[in-house]
Design a protein around this ligand. Structure first.
Ligand code: UDP
Ligand code: MG
Length: 316
């Protein structure tokens, strides 16, 4: 069982994380029942941290045979850091957790139990969204409802990357090489026997979140583009409706002019038509651009991450 921990500037959280992981691993080896014993390996992926995260990881790994690390050459983002870890996994299963202890490591034991019952993707789902504004809750609800409507795969709500993946899922994920990654979409897409697992997400133990509203917005758009091409279809339909109305209105204007002659005033209606059509055209171009941009990045076929330094767990 490998525990994968992507880290980016986590110097403040790491000491606490090390302590809790050590306890977890010790308890798992001391379990009275043979079946409950779990052999944990830790794999830290440092995503180009600028603080002392790397030194802390190196120091921790030097004292343990069960710990490995991968240092990426720069900050590639959590999605790519996770992929670097997933590529390196050679155990029968994998658990992904955040370095800031928002996902309590103590729950991993329970996840393993579900896995041993035969589930291949045990994903943790937040029981509540305490401490989030009603605005965030409402927009998130709306977003997922909409995304589910247009997408053919089952989307998991209120889940993050905290999950246990069986070897089969790991192998499947290793084959998904797209460069614009959205793990939520990928985890949903691979399928396999999934089961949810309710938990209370703790507040971040130290340091600051790396998220801001821009990144959140990018993630939201990524969610759509990686799940579905429905926005392109929506733009087509919208264009169809607008064109149809335009033809009807043109006929009305034509007949009106024939019957009643020319009446010059029409500033307001002209203005509205120009602005609305202009807006829709820009929006449509934007939607096309979002997909085209992703195609562009993908066609460059660059590697998803570059490794600067790497150390595998030592064999006992
Ligand atoms: N992270 C990463 N690369 C990044 C940003 C974040 O590897 O570019 C890691 C970070 O160290 C943490 C996890 O991803 O372990 C989640 O990040 P964070 O806590 O900032 O996100 P939040 O929990 O607020 O969604
Ligand atoms: Mg966090």
């Amino acid at each position: 069982m490998t525990i994968l921990i992507p880290c980016y500037n986590e110097e403040e959280s790491l000491p606490m994380l090390f302590a809790r992981l050590t306890t977890l691993s010790e308890n798992a080896q001391l379990a009275p029942d043979d079946d409950d014993r779990i052999d944990y390996r830790f794999l830290f992926v440092d995503d180009g941290s600028k603080d002392s995260t790397r030194d802390e990881i190196r120091e921790f790994a030097s004292n343990r045979f069960d710990t490995g690390f991968i240092f990426l050459s720069r900050n590639f983002g959590k999605e790519h850091a996770m992929l670097a870890g997933i590529d390196a996994v050679d155990t029968d299963a994998l658990v992904i957790i955040d370095a800031d202890l928002q996902d309590p490591p103590e729950l991993i034991g329970d996840m393993v139990k579900l896995w041993r019952q035969g589930y291949e993707d045990v994903y943790a789902r937040r029981r509540s969204r305490k401490g989030e504004s009603w605005f965030k809750k409402a927009t998130s609800h709306l977003y997922y409802t909409l995304l589910q409507k247009v997408s053919s795969v089952q989307i998991q709500r209120d889940t993050g990357d905290f999950r246990l993946l069986d070897r089969k899922c790991v192998t499947a994920l290793q084959h998904l090489r797209e460069s614009e990654r959205n793990s939520k979409a990928l985890f949903s897409w691979i399928g396999f026997k999934k089961i949810e697992f309710l938990y209370d997400r703790d507040p971040r133990c130290a340091g600051k979140t790396k998220w801001n509203y821009w990144k959140l917005m990018k993630l939201a758009i990524d969610g759509f583009t990686s799940f579905t091409v429905a926005p392109l279809r929506a733009v087509t339909i919208c264009g169809g409706i607008v064109s149809l109305s335009a033809i009807i209105y043109a006929l009305v204007v034509f007949v009106h002019t024939i019957v009643n002659g020319v009446d010059v005033p029409g500033y307001a209606s002209l203005m509205i038509v120009v602005l609305v059509l202009g807006g829709i055209q820009l929006l449509a171009l934007g939607v096309i651009g979002e997909y085209l941009g992703r195609t562009f990045i993908q066609t460059k076929n660059r590697p998803n991450y570059l490794i600067e330094e790497e150390q595998r767990p030592k064999e006992r």
